[in-house]
Design a protein around this ligand. Structure first.
Ligand code: SF4
Length: 297
């Protein structure tokens, strides 16, 4: 029996099992959209092979099985399955996964946002959701236990997913740029123009047009930068990366928006797609300058 029911009820299909999987309990099927979510959550188990992820090492021991189960739950397309029933509850209870004391990765990525990462920021003046995961009663209840959601920051139109449902559940204020408003027409807080906008003491919204016309980045505590699809860390390049191949509006403007970030100190990059990275502030600046050097030529 093939098991591995995701939050969306979709089951991976053994008939579509990719040949690159090593034999064993977990497998990936051909519905994989190569979003990288599983490779980030369980890098010892999942690896990239061509245009897909596959299981390159079957999990051994409780910790690896738990990581693989987290990946299974977070796969946006339900492409990860198991050949025998496993208890997914412990892995589900792990979400939102702590990154720091106040920042969490939500998991449960959506195909609507091509598996984009979303985050939860716990803050004494009200919590923030950074882009949106799938709407799930379980996750909603967890957010409730963590103090609810005051603001929902939407980096751009591609990653809004179920923001409206979370906003309704928590009477949250959704923040989005006017140029992205078609994705969330009834958003409560609309950013106009390209000047930075301070919200409370700890949050600074910096428009970073380029990937889309109204793309926004969010600085938190002058240390954490939520970048949406503006830039990200690439494990293959071992570098900060932005790509013209996924630029939907203006590449020259995106380069200018990367340059704009030089004005700000930060130590973390937390993207929608691609990997997170934490570097000392001078090293992060050096990496940003390095990125600019690559994309300007
Ligand atoms: S999380 Fe799912 S869709 Fe994304 S790369 Fe892994 S198997 Fe593929």
């Amino acid at each position: 029996m093939v098991l591995g029911c995701r939050s969306n009820g979709i089951m991976a299909d053994l008939k579509k099992r990719l040949g690159g999987n090593v034999e064993g309990l977990f497998f990936v099927d051909s519905t994989c959209i190569d979003c990288d979510t599983c490779r980030q959550i369980a890098p010892s188990v999942f690896a990239e092979l061509g245009d897909y992820s596959v299981v390159h090492h079957q999990p051994v021991g409780e910790s690896e099985v738990r990581e693989a189960a987290r990946a299974l739950l977070s796969c946006p397309t339900g492409s990860i399955g198991t050949l025998a029933k496993i208890d997914l509850k412990p892995a589900r209870l792990d979400f939102p996964l702590p990154i720091t004391d106040s920042i969490f990765y939500n998991g449960f990525a959506s195909p609507d946002s091509f598996g984009a990462s979303s985050y939860f920021v716990r803050h004494p003046e009200g919590n923030w959701l950074i882009d949106s995961p799938k709407y799930l009663p379980y996750l909603r209840d967890r957010f409730q236990e963590m103090g609810g959601i005051r603001y929902i920051f939407l980096s751009h139109r591609d990653d809004v997913c179920d923001a409206a449902r979370y906003a309704e559940a928590f009477s949250s204020e959704r923040i989005i740029h006017r140029y992205e408003l078609s994705a969330q027409p009834d958003a409560e807080h609309v950013i106009d123009g390209y000047d930075p906008v301070q919200i409370l003491k700890d949050f600074l919204i910096v428009p970073t047009p380029g990937h889309t016309r109204g793309h926004l980045a969010l600085f938190f505590q002058n240390k954490y930068l939520f970048t949406g699809d503006h830039l990200w860390w690439s494990r293959n390049r071992n570098a900060l990366t932005a790509s013209q191949s996924v630029n939907w509006y203006s590449w020259p403007q995106q380069i200018e928006s990367v340059r704009k970030l030089l004005e700000y100190p930060f130590e973390w990059v937390l993207p929608g797609h691609g990997e997170r990275i934490n570097l000392p502030e001078p090293e992060m600046k050096r990496r940003l300058i390095e990125l600019l050097g690559r994309i300007e030529h």
